[in-house]
Ligand binder design. Structure first.
Ligand code: FCB
Length: 522
C-alpha cells in the first residue's frame, strides 16, 4: 500500500472522527536535539523569529477552520428558561469587579440570535464551531434533575450547527460554575469532581448522538489560579492552598468526566482546551532554563501530564505538595485518561527566570496574568514570568509573537508523542470600528496581519510533522471579555451592542477566504 501523504492522512483522520489510533512514522516531527529543556533563550532565537516562508502557506485538505466563543461571553439571557445563577453572574453583579460595571446579562444575545451567528459561520466557510455550554442552564444549582429547557436550547443549537455543515465542538465548562456549588466550597471541594461528571454524563446522553468532540475544561489553570490563587476572577479567593486543592479537583473532574462522556456516548472523543504559552528562559543559565521548565509544567501541562501519564509534572521547587492538594492514594488512576486529542490556545509568550531579587513584570491583561512578588510568583514554583514587549502589542497589550505558535506546537508534539492537536483559540483584540466613509466596513488590517503571521508559523509546524487538525480563531464575535468587560474587541465580526447588529470585519472576510482555499495567499 502506498504510504499516505499528509493531506490524505489528515483527511482520513477526520473521517475517523478523532479516532485515537493514528500511526505512521512518516509524520514524525524532525528529530530534535534534547537539551533537557525545551525552548531556547531569546538571544539565541531572534534570527529565527520571522516566518521563513510567509506568503503561500498551504494547509492540508480537510483541515478544520473554525471560530470559538464561550457561553457567558456571548449568550446573555442570564436568567431565562430556568437558568441558575453562576459565579460570573454574581461577580458581574457586584460593584467594582468588572471594568465599566459591565455584565454578561445581555452580552451578544446569542441565546436568541444563534441562527444569525451560525449563518455567518457558514457564509465564512467555517467547518468547526467551538462553543461552551452553561452548566447553570442544564442544572441550575449544579446537581440534580436536568432542566429540559436548557437541554432543548443546546439541542437546537447543535442541530443548527450541523445543518450548516459545521462540526460542533463542545466545551463543558468555560468558567461559569453554578453559584450554588461555589456556596458548597467551590473547586477546592473535591465533591465537585463527582458533580461535574454527572453533568458531563447528562450532556453526553442528550447530545452525544450529534456531538463527537468534547473538551471538559477551558483553561483549568486559569480557573484554579485566577479564581482561588490570586482572586482576580470569581469567586475571588486568594490562597495558594485553595489553588492547589482546586487544581487537584479539576484534574479528578477531568478524568471522571472523560469516563462519564465515553460511557454515555460511543461516538465521543474527549480532549482539552488548555491555555498555553511557550516559556523561553531569560538567559541560557541552568537556573533560568529550569525555571522555564517549571513554568511549562505549572501553566501548560499541569492538567495534561496528569491525564496522559497519571502524575503531576515537576512544577515545584519543593517536593510535590500532595497533602496540601488533598491528594488521596488512587487519585493517580482517576486522573489518568488517554485524551483522544490535545487542544490548546496560544496568545502570547513568556520570558521566564528564576526568582531572585525584584521582578520588573507584574502585568495583568485579561486572562493573561503575571503578578510577581520579589520572590517570584509563589514560593512553590519560584519563577518570574514576564510578558515581553519586544514585538508589536495588540490593543489588549499582549505582544504579537507568531513564532511562539510554532515552538509550542512542536514542543507539545514532541513531549506527547505526536498527538492529534486542535488549536482551540488564538486571536487578538484591536478596537477598530465601522468606517462610515467606506460604507461601514471595518478595516482591521492589524488583525489580518496577526493571523497571517501566526498561521504561517502553524503551517510550518504542520510541514515539520505536527498533526494539527484544526484552528479556531478567537472569536466569532466581539464579546464580554471577563474583567475587561466590553473594553476589548476580539471578534472577527463586529458587534454594535446598542442594537446587536453584526458586521463582518475585513479580517472575517479574509479568514473566510482562507478557510475556503486552505491557504494564506488569498
Ligand atoms: C482566553 C479565554 C477566552 C477569551 C480570550 C481572549 O484565554 O479562553 O474566553 O477571554 O482569552
Amino acid at each position: 500500500m502506498r504510504p499516505m501523504n499528509r493531506r490524505q492522512f489528515l483527511g482520513n483522520s477526520l473521517a475517523a472522527a478523532g479516532s485515537a489510533v493514528m500511526g505512521g512514522n512518516a509524520f514524525r516531527p524532525r528529530a530534535q536535539a534534547d537539551s533537557g529543556y525545551a525552548l531556547q533563550a531569546p538571544d539565541s532565537q531572534i534570527a529565527a523569529a520571522r516566518p521563513r516562508h510567509a506568503g503561500v502557506s498551504e494547509f492540508p485538505d480537510g483541515f478544520l477552520w473554525g471560530m470559538a466563543t464561550a457561553s457567558y461571553q456571548v449568550e446573555g439571557a442570564w436568567n431565562e428558561d430556568g437558568k441558575g445563577e453562576s459565579i460570573w453572574d454574581r461577580f458581574t453583579h457586584t460593584v467594582g469587579k468588572v471594568k465599566g460595571g459591565a455584565t454578561g446579562d445581555v452580552a451578544c444575545d446569542q441565546y436568541h440570535l444563534y441562527p444569525q451567528d451560525i449563518a455567518i459561520l457558514k457564509r465564512l466557510n467555517q467547518k468547526s464551531y467551538r462553543f461552551s455550554i452553561a452548566w447553570t442552564r442544564i442544572q441550575p444549582s449544579g446537581t440534580g434533575t436536568p432542566n429540559q429547557k436548557g437541554l432543548d436550547h443546546y439541542s437546537r443549537l447543535v442541530d443548527a450547527i450541523l445543518e450548516a455543515g459545521i462540526r460542533p465542538f463542545c466545551t463543558l465548562y468555560h468558567w461559569d460554575l453554578p453559584q450554588a456549588l461555589e456556596d458548597r466550597g467551590g473547586w477546592p471541594n473535591r465533591d465537585l469532581a463527582n458533580y461535574f461528571a454527572d453533568y458531563a454524563g447528562i450532556l453526553a446522553k442528550h447530545l452525544g448522538d450529534r456531538i463527537t468532540v468534547w473538551a471538559p475544561f477551558n483553561m483549568p489553570w486559569t480557573v484554579a489560579y485566577l479564581g482561588y490563587g490570586v482572586g482576580t476572577f470569581p469567586p475571588g479567593r486568594a490562597r495558594y492552598g485553595d489553588f492547589l486543592k482546586a487544581a487537584h479537583t479539576l484534574n479528578l473532574a477531568q478524568g471522571q468526566a472523560f469516563r462519564a462522556i465515553k460511557a454515555a456516548s460511543s461516538k465521543a472523543t474527549v480532549g482539552s482546551a488548555y491555555g498555553m504559552a511557550p516559556a523561553y528562559p531569560k538567559t541560557s543559565s541552568e537556573a533560568d532554563r529550569a525555571a522555564a521548565a517549571r513554568y511549562h509544567a505549572m501553566n501548560n501541562v499541569y492538567f495534561l501530564e496528569t491525564a496522559m501519564r497519571g502524575r503531576y509534572p515537576n512544577a515545584f521547587v519543593v517536593p510535590t505538595p500532595y497533602k496540601a492538594m488533598g491528594f488521596r492514594p488512587g487519585d493517580e488512576k482517576i486522573m489518568q485518561v488517554p485524551l483522544d486529542w490535545i487542544g490548546f490556545h496560544y496568545y502570547t509568550r513568556r520570558i521566564v527566570s528564576e526568582a531572585k531579587g525584584p521582578s520588573r513584570s507584574g502585568a495583568t491583561f485579561g486572562t493573561e496574568i503575571e503578578q510577581d512578588t520579589p520572590g517570584g510568583r509563589d514560593a512553590y514554583t519560584r519563577f518570574h514570568a514576564e510578558m515581553p514587549t519586544q514585538g508589536p502589542l495588540t490593543d489588549a497589550g499582549l505582544e504579537v509573537w507568531p513564532r511562539g505558535m510554532y515552538d509550542l506546537v512542536m514542543q507539545i508534539s514532541r513531549e506527547y508523542n505526536q498527538p492529534i492537536i486542535e488549536i482551540t483559540e488564538s486571536g487578538c483584540s484591536y478596537l477598530d470600528t465601522p468606517y462610515e466613509k467606506e460604507n461601514g466596513r471595518i478595516p482591521d488590517t492589524r488583525r489580518i496581519e496577526f493571523f497571517r503571521a501566526e498561521l504561517t508559523e502553524l503551517a510550518r509546524a504542520i510541514a515539520d510533522g505536527a498533526r494539527v487538525r484544526s484552528f479556531h480563531a478567537w472569536s466569532l464575535l466581539d464579546n464580554f471579555e471577563w474583567a475587561d468587560g466590553y473594553s476589548q474587541r476580539y471578534g472577527l465580526i463586529y458587534v454594535d451592542y446598542r442594537d446587536q447588529k453584526r458586521t463582518v470585519k475585513d479580517s472575517g472576510l479574509w479568514y473566510g477566504r482562507v478557510a475556503a482555499a486552505s491557504r494564506l495567499d488569498v
